[in-house]
Design a protein around this ligand. Structure first.
Ligand SMILES: CC(C)(COP(=O)(O)OP(=O)(O)OC[C@H]1O[C@@H](n2cnc3c(N)ncnc32)[C@H](O)[C@@H]1OP(=O)(O)O)[C@@H](O)C(=O)NCCC(=O)NCCS
Length: 188
């Protein structure tokens, strides 16, 4: 059975590190050059879980993918925007795992009062482009020759999607989240 849940254990960190490592070493899907250790992954999970979310996809008890969000930029006006990412173990494609993870992630981010999700993808990446399109992300634009990895330049396309407008002042404060953003009428 395939399920999505929040990452919680050191085992989850090890599994996420294992899923992610080949994308670091063998591809330009990510611009990192050294795979994070399990301990570094545990730190990333804790940071994401605190303000955003880090979810794992389990198939019969084995973690086979993950999706998470973090800040888009640190300047305060960006505080209701977040950057999302998703990775499944290599070879697991088009079986609904990406959609399951993203639907749960985007719902969680909306609950936590975030208003916009953005994602960047190294081109070409038909699966990522298709997944984001299927989940309602719109194209923003493409940075040309923005990343150098494995001996060549890469373009990165950015997409964005609005998140549900939920006002969760009390519950979100209890969880260490953002206060809900102002209504349209409050904005200058
Ligand atoms: C991107 C990724 C998460 C997609 O996950 P997935 O489980 O293969 O995707 P899903 O099966 O959930 O597909 C959901 C929808 O996305 C679209 N999609 C998925 N793969 C696609 C492809 N190769 N081409 C076009 N559209 C695709 C389809 O609309 C699909 O819906 P459908 O199957 O009903 O037509 C996965 O391929 C992956 O981990 N890739 C490597 C890491 C990566 O590139 N991460 C993204 C970084 S930006």
């Amino acid at each position: 059975m395939v399920t999505v849940r929040a990452a919680i254990t050191d085992g989850d960190a090890r599994a996420c590190a294992a899923v992610y490592a080949p994308y670091v070493t063998d591809t330009a899907v990510t611009f990192e050059s050294q795979p994070p250790t399990a301990a570094e992954m545990a730190e990333r999970i804790a940071a994401a879980a605190h303000r955003h979310a880090w979810l794992v996809l389990e198939d019969n008890g084995r973690v086979v993918g993950f999706a998470y969000a973090g800040p888009y930029k640190l300047r305060p006006a960006y505080r209701w925007a977040c950057e999302v990412s998703v990775n499944l173990e290599r070879g697991r494609r088009r079986t609904g795992g990406g959609r399951l993870l993203y639907e749960a992630l985007l719902a969680r981010l909306a609950e936590r009062s975030f208003r916009t999700a953005v994602a960047g993808m190294t081109l070409p990446n038909d699966a990522s482009a298709g997944l984001h399109r299927a989940l309602g992300f719109e194209a923003v634009g493409t940075y040309r020759r923005i990343g150098w990895k494995h001996g060549r330049w890469h373009d990165v396309a950015w997409v964005q999607r609005a998140l549900g407008a939920t006002r969760t002042h009390r519950s979100s404060r209890a969880e260490g989240c953002l206060r809900a953003p102002p209504d349209e009428a409050d904005r200058q």
